[in-house]
Design a protein around this ligand. Structure first.
Ligand code: NAD
Length: 542
C-alpha cells in the first residue's frame, strides 16, 4: 500500500537537439542509421510473455528506397488476436491493482531511455521507416514521445488529486479506476510518438491493451516495443499484433470485454470503427470509450495586412515538412490579391532551393511519401489539376517512383474555392491556393469555415488586431488547434493540447489530462461516520 502522497518529477519539454554539422548527435544518428539499414530484423507478435512467429510474413521497406528490404514482420491470425485478448485480461488482474507510482516509474523510465540510450535508434528507425528528415524524426520520435510520457505521468497525478468536498461527518472520495475490460490502440504510420502514446497512455492509467500498429511503421514500432520492455512494462499489459486491420478489429469488437478504442488515422476508417462498435453494442459489458483523432484539411488564411515572408515560410514549413503527411499539414491557403504577386514569387524562389532525396543526406528538406498507394493517389490529383480548367499546377508537379515514392512539393492555384483539392485530404506535399479579393475578407472567412468537413488545424496571418479578432471568432468551429501568425503544425505536449472536432475526431486532446480521463472510470465513495438509525425526519413531527 502507498505510504505517502508522492510528488512526481516536474514534467519539462525535452530540448530539441540541432544535428548541426559536426555535432555528436549527428555522428551518432548517422552511424545508427547505417547499422539499422543493413541489419535484417524479424518482428514477431508480442502476446503475453510470448514472441510469436506465425510464419506468415510481410517485408519492411523504406519509402525512399522501396527495393531495399529491412527485414520482415509476422502477421496475426484470428486465434492470435483472441489469445492476445485472453492474455490482456489475465494480466489485468495484477496491472489494474498495481499502485500508480509503480506504473509512473515504468513510463518515466521509458522517457529517460528514449532521451538517452535509445535516442539515435528511435530517430534512425523513424527516418528509415517513415522517411523523416532527422529534424522531423527528432521532434516526433524523440521529443514528442518523451514529452507524452513525462507529461502524462504528471496529468495522471492531477486527475487522482481531483477530489470532491467532504464535511466533518462524511468523507467523499473519488477513485479513478481503469476501464473494466481492455483497450484497443490502433495507430497511424505518420508519428512514432502517437504510435507509442496511444497504447502507453491507456496502460499508464491502469488498463491492459491490444496494440495494432500501422503496417508502414512496424520497423520503428519495434524500437518502441524494446523500450517498453526494458522500462519494465509487464508481459501481457501491452500486447502487439500486426496484420489484416479489418480481421483484427472485428475480432476485438466481438469481445464482450472490449472497453475502449484509442485510434488515430483516417476519417473513413474511424467512421467504420464507430459503426462496427454501434452494431455490437448489445454484447458489451460496458459502453466502450471511443477516442479518435482523424483527418484534416488544414488552412492558412492571410489577411491583406500579413507579412509576406511570414506567410511564405508558414506555407513551406506547414505544407511540405514531412512531405505534408502530418494531420496538421497546411493543404489549402487563401491569399489576398494585393499580396499574391509577392507571395507567389517568394514561394517560387524558396521552393527552388529545396532538395529532395533520402533522409540520410541531411541537406534534403523533402523525402519520399509513405507508400505506393499514397504516391499513386497524389499523382492522380496532380494530373487532374494539370487537366482541369479551374486549376493550374504553378510550382512542382513532377513525381517519380522508380527508386522511392518521390513527389515534388507542388502548388496548385485554383479559381474555384471549392475545387477538389481545397476540400479533400490528400496527405502529401501538395497545397492548393485560392486568391481572394481583398475586400472580401469576411466572405473568405465564411468560405474557410464551410469548405471542408474537417476541423483540425488552421492559421491566420495578420498584423491587424481587428482582423485577428474577427478570424478567431469566425473560425472557432473549424480548427481544434488555431494558430495566429504561425504555421498550423508542430503542436507541443503540455503547450498546445492537440485534436479537432467535426470530421477530424472526438477532440479528446492528446497530450492533456482530458485524454487520460477517457481511460478511467471514476467511482465515488461516500463514507458516513455517525450513521442515522431512525428513518423519521424532524419535519414529520406535529
Ligand atoms: P489509416 O487510417 O490508413 O490507418 C490508421 C490505422 O488504422 C492503421 O493501423 C491501419 O492499419 C488501421 N486500419 C485500417 N483499416 C482499418 C479498419 N477497417 N479497421 C480498423 N483499423 C483499420 O491512416 P494512416 O495512413 O496510417 O495515417 C494517416 C491519417 O491519419 C490521415 O488521415 C491523418 O490526418 C490522420 N492522422 C490524424 C492525427 C490527428 O491527431 N488528428 C494524427 C496523425 C494522423
Amino acid at each position: 500500500m502507498p505510504k505517502g502522497f508522492y510528488n512526481v518529477p516536474k514534467a519539462v519539454n525535452e530540448p530539441v537537439k540541432s544535428y548541426a554539422p559536426n555535432s555528436a548527435e549527428k555522428a551518432a544518428v548517422q552511424a545508427t542509421y547505417r547499422e539499422m539499414w543493413n541489419a535484417k530484423i524479424e518482428v514477431p507478435l508480442y502476446i503475453g510473455s510470448e514472441e510469436i512467429k506465425t510464419g506468415n510474413t510481410r517485408n519492411m521497406t523504406p519509402p525512399h528506397d522501396h527495393q531495399h528490404v529491412l527485414g520482415h514482420y509476422h502477421l496475426a491470425e484470428k486465434s492470435h488476436v483472441e489469445k492476445a485478448i485472453a492474455n490482456a485480461l489475465e494480466s489485468r488482474k495484477q496491472w489494474a491493482s498495481l499502485p500508480w507510482e509503480q506504473r509512473a516509474g515504468i513510463f518515466l523510465k521509458a522517457a529517460e531511455l528514449i532521451a538517452g540510450p535509445y535516442r539515435s535508434k528511435i530517430n534512425a528507425a523513424t527516418m528509415i521507416a517513415q522517411s523523416k528528415t532527422i529534424f522531423q524524426a527528432e521532434i516526433d520520435a524523440a521529443c514528442e514521445l518523451i514529452d507524452f510520457l513525462r507529461f502524462n505521468v504528471e496529468f495522471m497525478t492531477q486527475i487522482y488529486a481531483d477530489q470532491p468536498k467532504s464535511t466533518s461527518d462524511m468523507w467523499n472520495r473519488v477513485e479513478y479506476r481503469p476501464l473494466e475490460g481492455f483497450v484497443y490502440a490502433v495507430t497511424p504510420f505518420n508519428f512514432t510518438a502517437i504510435a507509442a502514446n496511444l497504447p502507453a497512455s491507456a496502460a499508464l492509467m491502469g488498463n491492459v491493451v491490444i496494440w495494432k500498429p500501422s503496417d508502414s511503421q512496424v520497423f520503428s514500432a519495434k524500437v518502441i516495443i524494446d523500450v517498453f520492455r526494458e522500462a519494465g512494462v509487464p508481459d501481457g499489459v501491452i500486447n502487439v499484433v500486426f496484420g489484416d486491420a479489418q480481421m483484427i478489429s472485428e475480432t476485438v469488437y466481438a469481445s464482450p470485454d472490449f472497453a475502449g478504442i484509442h485510434f488515430t488515422g483516417s476519417t473513413h476508417v474511424f467512421k467504420d470503427i464507430f459503426k462496427h462498435i454501434g452494431n455490437n453494442i448489445e454484447i458489451y459489458k460496458t459502453y466502450p470509450r471511443i477516442v479518435g483523432e482523424t483527418g484534416g484539411k488544414d488552412f492558412i488564411v492571410a489577411h491583406p495586412s500579413a507579412n509576406v515572408r511570414q506567410v511564405v515560410t508558414g506555407i513551406i514549413r506547414g505544407a511540405f515538412e514531412f512531405q505534408g503527411q502530418k494531420c496538421s499539414a497546411a493543404s489549402r491557403a487563401y491569399i489576398p490579391q494585393s499580396l499574391w504577386p509577392s507571395v507567389k514569387s517568394e514561394l517560387e524562389k524558396d521552393l527552388k532551393s529545396i532538395k529532395m532525396g533520402s533522409p540520410e543526406d541531411f541537406s534534403n528538406f523533402v523525402t519520399a511519401v509513405i507508400h505506393e498507394g499514397s504516391f499513386d493517389k497524389l499523382a492522380k490529383y496532380i494530373d487532374q489539376a494539370k487537366a482541369d480548367a479551374d486549376a493550374e499546377v504553378i510550382i512542382g508537379g513532377n513525381y517519380d517512383k522508380s527508386v522511392g515514392y518521390f513527389i515534388e512539393p507542388t502548388v496548385i492555384l485554383t479559381t474555384n474555392p471549392k475545387y477538389a483539392t481545397m476540400e479533400t485530404e490528400l496527405f502529401g506535399p501538395v497545397i492548393t491556393i485560392y486568391v481572394y479579393e481583398d475586400a472580401k475578407w469576411a466572405e473568405t472567412l465564411k468560405l474557410v469555415d464551410e469548405t471542408s468537413p474537417y476541423a483540425l488545424t488552421g492559421a491566420i496571418f495578420s498584423q491587424d488586431r481587428y482582423a485577428i479578432n474577427e478570424a478567431t471568432k469566425a473560425l472557432e468551429n473549424c480548427a481544434g488547434n488555431f494558430y495566429i501568425n504561425d504555421k498550423p503544425t508542430g503542436a507541443v505536449v503540455g503547450m498546445q493540447p492537440f485534436g479537432g472536432a467535426r470530421a477530424s475526431g472526438t477532440n479528446d486532446k492528446a497530450g492533456s489530462a482530458q485524454n487520460l480521463l477517457r481511460w478511467v472510470s471514476p467511482r465515488t465513495i461516500k463514507e458516513t461516520f455517525v450513521t442515522p438509525v431512525d428513518y423519521r425526519y424532524p419535519f414529520l413531527g406535529e
